[in-house]
Design a protein around this ligand. Structure first.
Ligand SMILES: [Fe+2]
Length: 234
């Protein structure tokens, strides 16, 4: 199975950089990535979140997301996007899904000998989901209902790959790490055939291996003028 992956494009209509983030340029960067994925005949494309950021006028956020999603979907490749903290600033899950014509991933998909698991850690550690315009990006948590679903799917002996926006890797900057990451890692370690955890959010990117599981954090697409995306074969 071949998967095209990118993360943190932070797309908006803002031309000027915020720090090292070039928002508007991500439209062309995603188009370039999608063209490459098409050529590579990937089975699926995944964005690990922070697809969007605020426009000059936040009233334009929805229009810009729709424009971006229409371009991505025009390539005719199955596309899923997790939501990141920045997406949650602007959209509920339902709005995000509607504007993008249904790119929010299910909890798990099975493909040949693999199970892809998508975790949503856009919750604060009291179990409350992030609310539009009320997001503390440093407070990120996997709530009990997803934890239970995760335990159940980990009983399956197929190869498992876990995708999430925030970080389970313990060695990135602490503000980026999911509050109950240690408990989640323990569950993954006790299960059979958990091959890799694939994450965004920490814009510098990182690679780690903890107790036999690989933790791969992709560098953010929005950083500077260079593009960043990957094709993985699993
Ligand atoms: Fe981000």
């Amino acid at each position: 199975m071949k998967i095209g992956i990118f993360t943190d494009p932070h797309y908006s209509n803002k031309i000027e950089p915020s720090g090292n983030r070039l928002h508007a340029l991500s439209y062309d960067k995603i188009r370039e990535a999608m063209a490459h994925f098409k050529k590579e005949k990937v089975d699926l494309v995944i964005c690990l979140g922070d697809l969007t950021d605020d426009c000059y006028d936040i009233a334009d956020n929805a229009k810009e997301l729709k424009k971006l999603a229409d371009m991505i979907n025009s390539f005719g490749i199955k596309f899923y996007s997790l939501m990141g903290n920045h997406d949650c600033l602007s959209f509920t899950k339902e709005e995000f899904n509607e504007l993008t014509n249904g790119v929010y991933p299910p909890f798990k998909i099975e493909f040949e000998s693999n199970i892809l698991i998508f975790l949503d850690c856009n919750y604060s550690n009291d179990g409350e989901a992030y609310k539009v315009r009320k997001v503390d990006w440093t407070n990120t948590f996997l709530p009990a209902d997803q934890f239970d679903k995760l335990k159940k799917v980990l009983e399956n002996s197929k190869n498992k790959y876990v995708f999430l926006h925030q970080n389970l890797d313990k060695d990135v900057d602490a503000n980026h790490i999911v509050h109950n990451a240690e408990r989640i890692r323990k569950e993954l370690e006790q299960a059979e055939n958990v091959k890799m955890v694939i994450q965004g959010h920490y814009h510098l990117g990182n690679d780690n291996e903890i107790n036999g599981i690989k933790y791969h954090t992709l560098p953010a697409m929005c950083t500077g003028e260079e593009n960043y995306y990957e094709v993985i074969v699993i």
